[in-house]
Design a binder for this molecule. Structure first.
Ligand code: AFP
Length: 322
């Protein structure tokens, strides 16, 4: 095990990018502490507010958002930020090089049941001379991300990070307050017999997804000729962490439950950063039949269908859609 500071093990990154990542991690350490204190820190339960997406905000959503937002805006490293919990983008330093999109606390329905939650972040270059208050600076495809990561607040607090040269895992040493490198190169196994999907939506999925899951569930008696296992944490960070660690397929597909909202997961601060981490670990990530990181966003809270994970299994799932 190697110590992370004074420099993250991220070769070839600019000093400014490393400082920006460390700034985000400073807020995540504070969130980790608050999450682990649970009821003792008085942050369980909901606020009376909703975000722009009509979701009730948990107290810990609001607190986590404030911690990350404040530290980023004070740092001088960001030209603008976009957050799940902010209705609009927030302008930062006009001379800064980077913009950050983040989900301060993913899986917030897990907060009150003492289960997994996480923070997701995506870093891109700000277009030169762009106006920091112009939301269009975030309208860049995910393949332009220069770094992406998540922090998982579980039995241990872990960081998965990529700056485009592989995906690495770090574990927070709470005795020293620093993230230590615990896995230098993550490789997602190409084959898997595990999938993660909210099966309660099955009747609302489009026919190709219904067929794919039906064939998985048929096990050795069906066309796949193997038995599958299913997992669902209801926290994308937890589900993606599992597939980065031992392989698997994670999907939140298009559904017809609410025609006004065919997708659940957000492109800028959920699907894109997770796609970069997964692809950098040898996996694949698609929205229907389109590579997620090729999608040109049209608004900051845009949602997409997501299927990601072990290469061969994602390809099999895609073959049902073609
Ligand atoms: P919240 O952060 O609003 O709780 O949403 C979590 C999430 O976006 C993602 O982390 C999960 O995979 C997914 O929603 C769970 O959705 P269901 O509640 O429909 O299973």
């Amino acid at each position: 095990m190697r110590r992370l500071p004074p420099v993250l093990l991220e070769d070839g990154c600019s000093r400014e990018l490393l400082s920006l990542i460390r700034t985000i991690l400073a807020a995540c350490k504070e969130i980790s502490f608050r999450v682990s204190q649970g009821a003792l820190s008085g942050v369980l339960g909901s606020t009376l507010d909703e975000n722009i997406q009509g979701e009730t905000q948990k107290k810990l959503d609001v607190l986590s958002n404030q911690l990350i937002k404040d530290i980023l805006l004070e740092s001088g490293y960001v030209k603008a930020i976009a957050s799940e919990e902010e209705d609009y983008t927030v302008a930062g330093d006009p001379d800064a090089q980077y913009i950050v999109a983040f989900d301060p606390l993913d899986g917030s329905s897990n907060i009150d049941i003492n289960s997994l939650v996480g923070t997701i972040f995506s870093i891109m270059e700000a277009p030169k001379d762009a106006d920091p208050s112009d939301p269009s600076i975030f309208m860049q495809a995910g393949k332009k991300q220069v770094a992406a990561g998540y922090v998982l607040y579980g039995p241990s607090t872990m960081l998965a990070l990529t700056t485009g040269k592989g995906t690495r895992l770090y574990t927070l040493d709470k005795t020293h307050g620093s993230f230590l490198l615990t896995q230098e190169k993550l490789i997602i196994p190409a084959d898997t017999n595990e999938f993660a999907i909210n099966a309660s939506n099955q009747r609302h999925w489009l026919p190709p997804m219904q067929q794919y899951i039906e064939d998985c569930l048929a096990g050795t008696e069906g066309p796949r000729n193997k038995n599958f296992n299913m997992r669902w944490i209801a926290c994308m960070v937890g589900d993606v962490h599992r597939l980065l660690t031992r392989g698997g397929l994670f999907s939140y597909p298009e559904d017809t439950k609410n025609p006004a909202k065919p997708y659940k997961l957000r492109l800028l601060y959920e699907a894109n950063p997770m796609s970069m981490l997964v692809e950098q670990a040898g996996g694949l990530s698609y929205a229907g039949t389109e590579r997620i990181m090729d999608i040109e966003p049209s608004e900051i809270h845009q949602r997409v269908a997501v299927t990601m994970g072990s290469k061969n299994e994602v390809e099999t799932c895609l073959s049902y859609h073609k």
